[in-house]
Design a protein around this ligand. Structure first.
Ligand SMILES: [Mn+2]
Length: 417
């Protein structure tokens, strides 16, 4: 059945000049970086306080991971249901300490992440990393790197430097470059009197962090922008213009776009080719904002498909680092990981099965009616058969049957927590 439907699909795509075998082969080597923080609602292991920084998880679905062992077991279950290449994205608050040991964020060392390295190496995956500039008592008045308080800034700069050293360690241990993303929730709830001061302090603080020595081929520092956060609605230090200008003027620093971090009518898909005109490499956080930066699970929806198209048709798979960033506590967290990861992979495969050269030609020859006709026709091509073939070659269940495994794990493991 699978082979038969794939053969028909392959033939149909071939009529448009699309080689589905080649698309499947390409996707196998495209890593999607899976964020560890979906598994425990962004709690981490280094403190017991609330989630801060203007971000919020909602829902109380049972079975959230409470320990590194539980989180890794849950991740393993999710990984087993996602085809193709993966990386694991770790936040600094997921440091794993020995019994009785503790190190504050400014004193973190590679050894506190040795278990993550072991986990990644055993599964042949790379690791990405993020300093955690939130959920910590040293976030002063909602500010970290842009705080007017020198001691506060110093603490967080030291945290950033520690994270560069840990990122270098990740890259050296796994042999795969580590994308290290700098994001802070720094901002003001109400109208500030000084918008430039915090940004100048933020700029200088990131420059100090990046003065920590590292190998640019191994560590890929990024700056992520945001439009606003909960409780910081009026001003964000790391705005889009700030971070983009920072990356543009600091060699080796990449701009990172999170598609939940813009005004709701802006689309990151359109920003990707704009940035690719200027930056050798860029990074993405793929998420799904519903009316705001709500971090819903990524679906195989229009914007996810458009994002994937811009990467594929601009031949930029080796220039765009793709990571996921969402957290939903209202549904089974493992299913959330699996749906989000597979949706991104589906979007990439769908883009690889698009006759991009033919469509570009129609545009360049101003045959815009035909372009519309063709783009609409492509939407009902038998893509499901190609996805099923891909999953089968990767040894995972293409159909909804994978959920039975999640449900079994929920009954046997999650509900007993
Ligand atoms: Mn993000």
């Amino acid at each position: 059945m699978l082979e038969k439907s794939y053969e028909i699909a392959k033939e149909m795509y071939a009529k448009f000049g699309v080689d589905t075998d080649a698309a499947i082969k390409t996707l196998k080597n495209v890593p999607v970086s899976i964020h560890c923080w979906q598994g425990d609602d962004v709690k981490g292991f280094d403190q017991d306080g609330p989630l801060t920084g203007g971000i919020q998880t909602t829902g109380n679905y049972p079975g959230s991971a409470r320990t590194p062992e539980e989180l890794m077991a849950d991740l393993d279950k999710a990984l087993s249901l996602c085809p193709g290449a993966k990386k694991i994205n770790v936040h600094a608050c997921y440091a794993i300490f020995a019994d009785g040991e503790f190190a504050d964020r400014d004193k973190l060392e590679p050894k506190h992440f040795a278990k993550w390295v072991e986990f990644a190496k055993e599964r042949g995956m790379g690791l990405d990393f993020n300093p955690t500039f939130f959920s910590h008592p040293k976030v002063k008045d909602g500010l970290t790197l842009s705080s007017p308080d020198e001691a506060t800034r110093k603490f967080w700069i030291e945290h950033g430097k520690a994270c560069i050293r840990i990122s270098q360690y990740f890259a050296e241990e796994t042999g795969i470059p580590c994308v290290m993303n700098i994001w802070t929730g720094d901002g003001y709830k109400d109208v500030p009197a000084d918008r430039m001061g915090p940004r100048m302090r933020y700029k200088e603080a990131i420059e100090e962090i990046l003065s920590e020595p590292f190998d640019k081929n191994k560590v890929k520092p990024c700056v992520e922008s945001k439009v606003f956060g909960i409780g910081v609605e009026s001003f964000t230090s790391g705005s889009a213009e700030f971070t983009l200008s920072f990356a543009a003027t600091h060699e080796g620093c990449l701009p990172l776009m999170d598609n939940g971090h813009y005004h709701p009518t802006e689309v990151v898909s359109d920003k990707i080719p704009a940035l690719l005109c200027f930056f050798p490499e860029i990074a993405l956080h793929v998420t799904r904002g519903v009316r705001w930066d709500s971090d819903h699970v990524v679906l195989f929806d229009d914007e996810t498909k458009e994002i994937a198209k811009e990467i594929i048709r601009n031949d930029a798979l080796d220039r765009v680092y793709i990571a996921l960033d969402f957290f939903d506590a209202s549904i089974n967290r493992i299913a959330a990981w699996v749906v989000g990861t597979r949706s991104m992979q589906k979007a990439l495969l769908s883009a690889l099965c698009t006759p991009n050269a033919m469509l570009k030609k129609l545009q360049d020859e101003n045959r815009l009616t035909e372009l519309m006709v063709m783009q609409e026709e492509m939407k009902t091509m038998p893509f499901g058969a190609v996805w099923a073939k891909y999953c089968s070659e990767c040894g995972v269940n293409a159909a909804s049957g994978w959920y039975d495994e999640v449900k079994k794990y929920e009954d046997e493991v999650l509900l007993k927590r």
